[in-house]
Design a protein around this ligand. Sequence first.
Ligand code: TRP
Length: 367
Amino acid sequence: MRSFSKCVIIKNRAKKSNVIFILTPKGKIYMENTAPEKRQKILSCIQPSGIPTLGNYLGALKNWKTLSDDFDSAFAVADLHAITVRQDPAKFRKQITEVFALLLAIGLDPEKSIIFIQSHVPAHSQLAWILNCYTQFGEMSRMTQFKDKSKAHADNVNVGLFAYPVLMAADILLYQADLVPVGVDQKQHLEIARDIANRFNTVYSPTFTIPDAYIGKQGAKIMSLQDPTKKMSKSDPNPKSYVSVFDTPEVITKKIKSAITDCEGSVYYGEGKDGINNLMSIYSCCTGLDFDQIAKDFEGKGYGDFKAAVAEAVVEELRPVRERYDSYMKDTGYLLEVAAKGAEKASRIANRTLNKVMKKVGFVLPK
Ligand code: TRP
């Protein structure tokens, strides 16, 4: 053991590291950095546009919970994004609260992750405006989601809908996120965020971390129960095509039992078996079993047995989420308190980046 006369430990909370200064009897100073590998940061957001489906849950939200254990994480309700299509004020207000409650109900811990409502952190709108001026009309015009949405809302093709990916870039870049868990439909938007960040870093000096998409391995895409070649979607006019995370056990069971399959009658993952493949994905996400194991377990059994097992697995998967959600929704005062604390933490990080950006662009910062 080394002998020393004085030891000072300086904690660096942000980096979760310690620097230890040791003064030896000979008057020499040793410095040791006990910093663990710097934790990577992740950020993701969900729009408050209706109750998410089982597909949203298994494809995204459930992974968020797992990721929050391994990364420094921030998650937000993207309410500013939601007004790119017209919202009914009373319904919108309710949905923002519901989706915020859902973030807690899936098990995210406000002590561990920063959980907030996007519009509570003005830096998102501020950075989005600045980044608009570093984004070209041409590159936004190529966004497939903009093209699709402007067809779907032909009477309201507003500038916000067009600039939506820039706001998303601001969300990500403010937190210097390394990884962004997104569905495949958001990959193009993430590419734009990377392009904007690279452009700004080149025009000025390194300012933004260049984010990577994090596409979950399993359950990245859960398909419609009625047309398993289409993604499960809450905006599907046929409610039998999707399970909502708050459907009752009876409704879940009914919907799974009426899912479209094929006429072969044996459970295995294969080409042309989109319906069964989808149910196997759902079952696998809920139970952790792989496809081979599932096929083995259901050898010689029919689709009726398999569907009953899938329904039960889904019911049990969603039960605790629903129970926690119900209890959070009884105390919206508490939810708003958690949101306020989240916004405060988020603002601290976001404003640091925004100030850097404003200085580099040449704004005169307020005293
Ligand atoms: N556009 C995303 C969606 O509709 C939501 C979103 C907004 C988002 N800002 C984000 C996702 C930042 C990841 C990171 O699903």
